[in-house]
Design a protein around this ligand. Structure first.
Ligand code: LLP
Length: 452
């Protein structure tokens, strides 16, 4: 989906909200000095909903899903796009995923419960996790999920036993760690040999897992899975991992005679959090994945398996922003200015956890240059409670509506109630209308589970 918005000729200094258009939702615009998204003035919206609040552009979400679906379908009609629900999971989102003909990756019983509550077709669900509990595996069998991605020898045995008990045959994939180091933050690398996830190739563990999967009752071995990490810019990392996986498919074929029907290459396509970031497009990614698998399989005389990908972040990240109200401003001469907002690490842990980069803009002065450098801090009892460290901003005033861009992925889904903070709600905007898809929590919500 192209997203080209002309710069405002009146402000060529590269520092206003106009220059953030590539990281803001597709419908973002600056009108009368204010930031608008989905045909709505963000300052007015903040007044109506209260802050902090997550705002997501529904049409942008749909466009990303459609882009993924259409590119993969065009390049390989049998391929599957599986939305990784951990990036942002709500019933409305899962309904959108189903409407756009994508499958779903869940990584806990809780996410599966959301899929069920949203009426998501359970045969299109892939279940992940390095330590799925016995209860979660039972829930998968009872729900009739389409695919379980098995992560350990214990899980193979456990799932086989439970499937036999339930008189079911569960289709499974084996998760493999291809030993490829993706070029990303250490905490979100997962494909390396030294990882808690999956079966390594080097000591023959992955092949042993496939052999067991083929021999155990109640299991239907359908393919292999990899996920090398997240926020990946270098597409050659995916190609390198695909080479390893197709070699492994050939080995499976030779040693067991079994066909590999699915090759799931996981998620990981990076997104732009800052204006200088230049991630690959969905089209480029789809070409590397489908072209790479096809070329490798043809070179080895193998049938091309069904290709599956599991994008999360690249579907939701840039569709969302967070709106806060500026509450206090502390200027420490010669050191730093702290602009404190009515949220923080409870609604966006990514800055403290990964040193993530975010761009802030004052929604009510969006056309003004971001001429000062400030640190946007949260309201929690931690010095590390920072949302933006040393970023450009318009000179802030108490009461301003501060918008942080590109917070659609892994912010609401990783939010917490630290300090007994209520989580913000999620508002979807489209065509000049807004609606809650997740309402803001109340103190009663917080107290409900405390039965002591
Ligand atoms: N598939 C599997 C098996 C995964 O573990 C993940 C993400 C995905 C797909 C989706 O990856 P994506 O396309 O979103 O990169 N909390 C971290 C990200 C953790 C990713 C965990 N797994 C962050 O905020 O950056």
């Amino acid at each position: 989906m192209n997203h080209i918005i002309p710069k405002d000729p009146a402000t060529p200094d590269n520092k206003t909200a106009y220059d953030l258009m590539t990281i803001l939702p597709h419908s973002a615009e600056v009108k009368e000095g204010r930031l608008w998204i989905g045909g709505l003035d963000m300052v007015e919206l903040a007044r109506e909903t209260g802050t902090a609040v997550y705002v997501m552009d529904e049409d942008h979400l749909r466009a990303q899903l459609r882009d993924y679906h259409d590119w993969f379908a065009r390049l390989d009609p049998s391929s599957e796009v599986i939305y990784a629900g951990k990036a942002f999971c709500s019933k409305a989102m899962l309904r959108l995923v189903a409407e756009e003909q994508c499958c779903l990756d869940v990584s806990s019983g809780g996410e599966l419960a959301f899929a069920q509550a949203a009426g998501f077709p359970l045969s299109n669900v892939y279940v992940h996790g390095n330590n799925k509990t016995v209860d979660e595996l039972r829930e998968c069998l009872a729900a009739g999920v389409g695919h379980v991605v098995v992560d350990s020898f214990e899980e193979l045995e456990r799932l086989s036993r439970l499937a036999v008990e339930a008189q079911a045959t569960q289709p499974i994939l084996i998760r493999v760690t291809p030993g490829i180091e993706a070029d990303t933050h250490d905490f979100i690398k997962t494909g390396a040999e030294d990882s808690k996830f999956g079966f390594g190739l080097n000591q023959g563990l992955a092949l042993e897992a496939v052999k067991r999967a083929l021999s155990l009752p109640g299991l239907d071995f359908e393919g292999v899975h990899m996920h090398i990490g997240s926020q990946i810019f270098a597409l050659h990392s995916f190609k390198a991992a695909i080479d390893v996986m197709v070699d492994f498919i050939e080995q499976i074929h030779h040693e067991t005679g079994a066909a590999v029907r699915i090759l799931d290459t996981g998620g990981g396509l990076g997104v732009a959090y800052g204006v200088a970031d230049e991630p690959s497009t969905i089209e480029e990614y789809a070409e590397v994945i489908t072209g790479g698998i096809r070329t490798d399989c043809e070179a080895r005389g193998l049938a091309v398996p069904r290709i599956a990908v599991e994008p999360g972040r690249s579907i939701v990240a840039n569709a969302g922003v967070t709106l806060y109200t500026v509450g206090t401003i502390k200027e420490i001469p010669g050191i730093r200015t702290y602009v404190s907002v009515d949220g923080g690490m409870t609604d966006n842990i990514r800055t403290s956890l990964y040193g993530a980069h975010y761009e802030p803009v004052i929604a009510n002065r969006a056309d003004q240059p971001r001429s000062v450098t400030v640190t946007v801090a949260g309201k929690h009892c931690e010095s590390g409670d920072i949302v933006v460290s040393d970023g450009p901003l318009q000179p802030a005033e108490v009461g301003d509506i501060l918008c942080v861009c590109a917070t659609g992925a892994y912010c609401q889904s990783m939010s917490s109630n630290y300090n007994k903070q209520v989580r913000p709600g999620v508002v979807w905007v489209s065509g000049g209308h807004w609606r809650w898809v997740v309402r803001r929590e109340t103190y009663d919500d917080l107290l409900r589970c405390d039965v002591g």
